[in-house]
Write a protein that binds this ligand. Structure first.
Ligand SMILES: [Zn+2]
Ligand SMILES: [Zn+2]
Length: 363
């Protein structure tokens, strides 16, 4: 596994501020810019590091797991714990900088000068919030929800042409799908080949446009989507479902769907990582003499805690391996129970008398 240390690449410490990250990136990007005979591989690496560390969510992800979604190291695992921000993630103050990665690929990606068709513009990504109870994440769970999104048009099968109608070459790009564009960046103006605005990179267009989708090849529709949320999913965790975002125009690839988990607060347990915390009230007699305390765990199973005699209020008991299942490895978190000794209220006459007796005994 090739895990890159993004902090090291930018010459930073793990606790670097946003400002330090920005500065380090700006200096290094200048130094290694291919336009100044810099090291191309290094430049790409710097950009990759900056894209992650400049994005609060991606940085958190990276700090926690050592990678962000889209990492090829994740292999065939479909669920990517991944928060996607639109665009290149650059937040410079020199106006629109565009996506440096794209420009870079233009120069070094081997595509220069080739008369290849334009990279088709994908459909946009969709992000939805999925509200879950804490009980929902102790096992993997399937949830369905309805999303209003662009789907491929049935009438034209997504190509935008009336059934039986021909397609013709796009005049604007002469069938190449690409046009020349000027792009302004902090490092100067680049001439770049961009997507043809007329045909969106297809190189051809329908002669007669489909009368349902008006040539778009996609229509807005509500679609039911089922997702399986793995056990141990946490609040604000984001899962991606590749290809379930908006359909692209005229059979261009679909975007991705991002599902963000919104865990509702629980009435007994507070979650911290995979551990659960709760405060349990016990009568002072149980604290003094000892006894059992029963609590219901999230799986509705009863946990019996043996309270030793002479337990003080505020004492915390740990119950190992009964918390939330770990998301990325075997086992579970723990449960921490804080016992709070209750002072009795609304005493009966007999109780008062007995307590008076205890007082006489010096309690
Ligand atoms: Zn065109
Ligand atoms: Zn259509």
């Amino acid at each position: 596994m090739d895990k890159k240390d993004y902090y090291k690449i930018l010459g930073l410490e793990k606790n670097a501020t946003e400002e330090q990250i920005r500065k380090a990136y700006y200096n290094l990007a200048h130094q290694h810019h291919p336009d100044k005979n810099g090291d191309a591989a290094k430049f790409k690496e710097i950009n990759e590091a900056y894209k992650v560390l400049s994005d609060k969510q991606k940085r958190e992800q990276y700090d926690k797991y050592g990678f962000v979604g889209g990492d090829p190291n994740m292999g065939g695992f479909n669920w990517q714990d991944f928060a996607q921000q639109g665009g290149g993630g650059f937040e410079f103050n020199f106006g629109d900088m565009g996506d440096i990665g794209d420009i870079f690929d233009q120069f070094f990606g081997g595509g220069m000068g080739q008369q290849t068709k334009g990279k088709r513009k994908k459909g946009s990504d969709i992000q939805i919030d999925l509200e879950l109870e804490l009980e929902d994440v102790i096992k993997s769970i399937q949830k369905t929800f309805v999303v209003s999104k662009h789907v491929s048009c049935n009438r034209c099968h997504g190509n935008g042409a009336e059934p039986g109608s021909q397609t013709e070459e796009c005049h604007t790009c002469r069938g190449t799908g690409r046009v020349q564009q000027m792009k302004r960046t902090p490092f100067g103006v680049f001439t770049q080949t961009g997507l043809c605005p007329e045909c969106q990179g297809e190189g051809h267009k329908p002669k007669i446009i489909c009368n349902v989708c008006k040539g778009e090849g996609r229509i807005k529709k509500e679609e039911e989507i089922a997702v399986t949320i793995p056990a141990g999913a946490d609040h604000n965790q984001v899962f991606s479902i590749p290809g379930k975002g908006n359909a692209g125009r005229r059979n261009a690839p679909s975007g991705d769907l991002y599902v963000r988990i919104n865990l509702k607060p629980h009435k007994v347990f507070k979650r911290k990582g995979d551990d659960l915390y709760a405060r349990i009230m016990i009568p002072f007699t149980k604290a003094a003499l000892g006894g059992d305390v029963e609590i219901k765990n999230l799986d509705q199973k009863t946990i019996i805690l043996k309270v030793p005699k002479e337990t003080q209020s505020g004492k915390v008991f740990k119950i190992s391996d009964k918390g939330i299942p770990h998301f990325s490895h075997r086992g579970n978190g723990d449960i921490y129970l804080e016992l709070v000794v209750q002072t009795p209220e609304k005493l009966s006459r007999k109780q008062k008398e007995l307590l008076e007796e205890l007082r006489k005994e010096g309690l």
